[in-house]
Ligand binder design. Structure first.
Ligand SMILES: NC(=O)c1ccc[n+]([C@@H]2O[C@H](COP(=O)([O-])OP(=O)(O)OC[C@H]3O[C@@H](n4cnc5c(N)ncnc54)[C@H](O)[C@@H]3O)[C@@H](O)[C@H]2O)c1
Ligand SMILES: [Zn+2]
Length: 372
């Protein structure tokens, strides 16, 4: 068994540890106690796919650690469940189970990015905020969404438009839990891993090129521990500098997400988040090449990595899709005061923001990734 790694996210009074390793769910309750979390009630939010595999293990470890009341609440699995209706149902279940202010629960988020984002938002607003712990069970959540404190649900046809900043007390990533993921979900998580390499870390990008990518797809334990820890450290570094996304530093994490989010929403979630941002990274890279911000060599290498990960480079066109994407782009929260903002790669491991990109070029980049 590979040893576990611990990463500190340093945010002053909101600092927290991220623990990554194999076999952690069995010791989860004890780990909470070791971090000083003393609650006796737990409200665990999950989805039916994840619960079937891991709830019992987590419940037993909580029980052993002295949790007297453990209430499980399932949301609908997948992006379709990340909505206001599921959010209010979750709040109602939490209030129903823990009506007394004196015994506010510890909220546990066992699942992928959907459970983490929706459940984190519910914890952020319940009684103006109760502590929560992220237990990511997808590669995407392990390398990205479980750290950083952005919690949200989709609303009114706009992704993540209702949300908050609220940091977890701890993140526990049991790499064994990734073993029940389908290949599609593993590939989807690889899109975020490739994103970190492309705009944050040349050494990670080159490590993936040199074969770590295939090891990740095969869930090789040593590669998983190493690369998940690298991604978490890269994310923590960005979040530590710009926790509330006000300085522009955190924008780097949105590489591929501008057009990617619009596509994800417009295609009615026919694509996973990772698939959509893979296409979005191809589109943003085309833009960067057109601006001369990055060379065609970068473009080739990025496309090669995405291809090796089995990720899409284009999305099949459909009637009305192009117009829906353009509309979704304009509704995106990154488009303020009529200005747009694109995160462009500027060489391997570096990036540059570009504001007010001519709409004609945006249109061209969207068209280019919609395959005939
Ligand atoms: N908050 C952030 O900073 C941030 C960052 C990136 C992405 N996100 C969000 O994350 C979401 C995508 O997350 P995701 O890709 O994890 O999707 P997800 O949570 O929908 O999980 C994908 C599917 O895998 C299943 N699943 C989860 N864990 C499993 C396991 N261990 N074994 C078997 N099946 C399992 C789920 O039930 C679901 O059907 C998007 O909504 C995106 O906006 C948020
Ligand atoms: Zn993402």
């Amino acid at each position: 068994m590979s040893e576990s790694r611990r990463i500190e996210v340093n945010l002053g009074p909101r600092s927290y540890p991220v623990v990554i390793g194999a076999g952690l769910l069995g010791e989860f309750g004890a780990m909470l106690r070791a971090e000083g979390l003393r609650q006796t009630g737990a409200f665990l939010i999950t989805d039916p796919n994840v619960a079937g595999h891991y709830f019992e293990k987590v419940r037993a470890s909580l029980d052993a650690a002295g949790f007297a009341k453990i209430v499980r609440h399932d949301i609908t699995a997948g992006e379709a469940g990340k909505n206001w209706d599921e959010f209010t149902k979750t709040c109602a279940a939490m209030l129903g189970a823990f009506p007394d202010a004196a015994t506010a629960p510890l909220v546990l988020l066992l699942g992928g990015g959907v459970v983490g984002d929706l459940g984190g938002f519910a914890a952020a607003v319940f009684r103006r905020g109760v502590p929560f712990v992220q237990i990511p069970t997808t590669l995407l959540a392990a390398v990205d969404s479980s750290v950083g404190g952005k919690v949200a649900v989709n609303f009114g046809g706009v992704k993540n438009i209702m949300g908050a900043f609220s940091q977890p007390r701890m993140v526990v990533c049991d790499l064994d839990a990734l073993r029940t993921l389908g290949q599609r979900e593993v590939r989807s998580g690889m899109a975020e891993v490739i994103k970190y390499g492309a705009v944050c870390s040349r050494s990670l990008f080159e490590q993936l090129e040199a074969g770590a990518l295939e090891k990740m797809l095969a869930l090789d334990p040593a590669a998983l521990t190493d690369i998940v820890a690298q991604c978490m450290r890269l994310k923590a570094d960005v979040v530590e500098q710009d926790e509330l996304d006000r300085l522009g530093i955190r924008n780097v994490l949105n590489f591929g997400h501008t057009i990617g989010h619009a596509l994800e929403l417009s295609a009615d979630y026919a694509l996973t988040h990772g698939e959509a941002i893979s296409v979005g990274m191809v589109a943003a890279t085309r833009m960067a090449v057109k601006f001369g911000v990055v060379g065609e060599d970068f473009q080739k290498r990025l496309i090669a990595l995405l291809g090796r990960a089995g990720l899409p480079l284009t999305h099949p066109d459909a009637p009305g899709l192009y117009d829906r994407i353009l509309r979704a782009l304009q509704l995106d929260k990154k488009f303020r005061d009529g200005k747009n903002l694109f995160v462009l790669p500027a060489g391997i491991g570096t990036w540059a923001p570009r504001e007010n990109v001519d709409w004609e070029l945006v249109h061209d980049c969207v068209r280019a990734v919609l395959a005939g």
